[in-house]
Design a protein around this ligand. Structure first.
Ligand code: NAP
Length: 232
């Protein structure tokens, strides 16, 4: 079975997903409402976070990360990074973050053996599927089967978002639009099928709800018609 998959993205009014003062408190408070068992990051997103905060020693604090325990089960989500090229090398620092129950990497047949050994030495679990790139559909199925994950929130930019949309595994797109004009070029974007290798991918959405939250933020939510996924 596939887990439920939600893309949750903060944007400026002019469509930027970087270079604007995102309201992280509201972003993560809303993200907590899905109660995800896992959070999947794109490797570029992790590398960008490292660039912004080289030590990664001081994790952000927010509601999603400090959910109170439910019974005996560790309620914290699993942190998963898609990294078939073996570029994320800050797992030791990430492990110190208090808000994840464990770490996992999605890799593929092209992932260097040296990187798989590096992960193994650090007792970081791996799901290895796909030949050249990660087969995200199968990886998510395995996440459900092996780790009992039922809901995954995606924390990535337009590349991994597009890969997931093309694979037809996304249930919901949630966009938190900030009252801010960031200017510049909207790159990276929410959806970048060209960078993901599917230049003609288009995805129709169905609007389900819009709310004004926090300080004038517009929270717009959409479901994905998965039957249109292969319209490329
Ligand atoms: N505003 C927000 O809410 C928000 C949220 C998250 C991120 N961001 C920003 O978004 C930017 C990063 O976005 P991005 O689009 O450059 O990168 P990304 O989506 O974070 O990462 C790219 C990921 O896609 C995977 N990938 C690419 N092509 C693939 C394919 N054909 N099949 C399977 N997997 C594939 C890569 O895997 P491998 O390379 O490992 O194969 C990599 O893990 C950062 O600047 C970050 O700050 C903003």
């Amino acid at each position: 079975m596939l887990p439920r998959v939600i893309l949750h993205i903060a944007t400026s009014l002019d469509g930027r997903i970087t270079n604007f003062p995102a309201d992280l408190e509201t972003y993560y408070a809303l993200a907590a409402r899905w109660n995800p068992d896992a959070i999947l990051f794109g490797s570029e997103t992790v590398l960008a976070a490292v660039r912004d905060n080289p030590s990664l020693e001081v994790p952000p604090e927010h509601e999603e990360m400090f959910r109170p325990p439910e019974g005996g089960k560790d309620p914290r989500p699993l942190l998963v990074i898609a990294d078939s090229r073996g570029r994320v090398r800050c797992w030791d620092a990430i492990r110190k973050w208090p808000y994840m129950r464990d770490l996992l990497a999605f890799c593929s047949g092209s992932t260097p053996e040296e990187y798989l050994s590096y992960l193994g030495e650090r007792k970081i679990g791996t799901i290895v599927v796909g030949t050249d790139r990660i087969d995200v559909r199968e990886a998510l199925r395995m996440l459900n089967r092996k780790y009992g994950v039922e809901t995954v929130r995606i924390d990535s930019g337009g590349t991994l978002n597009s890969v997931l949309l093309q694979a037809g595994v996304v249930d919901e797109v949630s966009v938190l639009i900030h009252p801010f004009l960031a200017g510049g070029r909207a790159k990276p974007t929410i959806f970048d099928p060209e960078k993901a290798g599917f230049p003609d991918l288009q995805v129709p959405l169905t609007h389900t709800r819009t709310e004004v939250v926090g300080n004038g933020l517009v929270w717009a939510r959409y479901t994905v018609d998965k039957s249109h996924r292969c319209k490329i």
